[in-house]
Ligand binder design. Structure first.
Ligand code: SF4
Length: 200
């Protein structure tokens, strides 16, 4: 990535000021891989972005090649949206990783475009919702405000449970972000069947 990375503790992400002069479609995301039509990363057919870079280094992570923020490749938001618009079977987009919340400015732009297409948005994060809120970062808050479902928390090998819907360990929460915004407290999907989360 040519743009500068902002170091905040363990965090690294493109500083939004560096994107100010770019058209939204020319903004780049550092990517590990893309699954254009997944049925396992949220309800319905979903376009899944596995972003590059993760500071959490969870023991037992299935995707350690996504950890190094300098590995992977760049892709523009314009290229991503062209692929998404090509497929009228898609119900939504899922941000996975890697750690999506290490690339907030670019993913916020993408989230705006995805929602403008009427698609649902799901995201994974190794951070908890509370940790993200404690950043007190307006862009992180805006991105959280566009997400319909958040799976939060690091993967913990000793809490591994393969029967859980869309997540790998018991500590990870399947958060109904729409309801959470309405009530002001963390609202979970309690069922491990698709029906409950089928709202998005
Ligand atoms: S947060 Fe996800 S990608 Fe990052 S180390 Fe943990 S399991 Fe792997």
């Amino acid at each position: 990535m040519n743009s500068r990375l902002l170091l905040v503790g363990d965090c690294f992400y493109e500083k939004s000021n560096d994107m100010a002069n770019k058209k939204a479609e020319d903004i780049e995301i550092r990517m590990c891989g893309i699954e254009p039509e997944s049925i396992v990363d949220g309800p319905g057919f979903r376009y899944v972005l596995f972003v590059q870079g993760c500071p959490h280094h969870c023991h037992g992570c299935h995707n350690p090649e996504s950890w190094d923020p300098k590995a992977g490749y760049d892709i523009t938001l314009g290229e991503i949206m062209a692929q998404i618009k090509e497929n009228d079977q898609l119900r939504g987009v899922t941000f996975s990783g890697g750690e999506p919340f290490e690339q907030v400015p670019a993913l916020l732009e993408l989230a705006r475009m995805v929602k403008a297409e009427g698609l649902s948005l799901m995201s994974y994060s190794g951070y908890t919702l509370e940790e993200l809120q404690e950043r007190n970062d307006p862009e992180t808050d805006e991105l959280l405000g566009l997400i319909d479902v958040l799976v939060d928390g690091r993967y913990m090998e000793d809490e591994r449970n393969l029967t859980l819907l869309y997540r790998g360990s018991e500590n990870q929460r399947l958060i109904d972000m729409r309801k959470t915004r309405e009530t002001g407290k963390v609202e979970l999907f309690h069922s491990d069947f698709d029906d409950e989360i089928d709202i998005i």
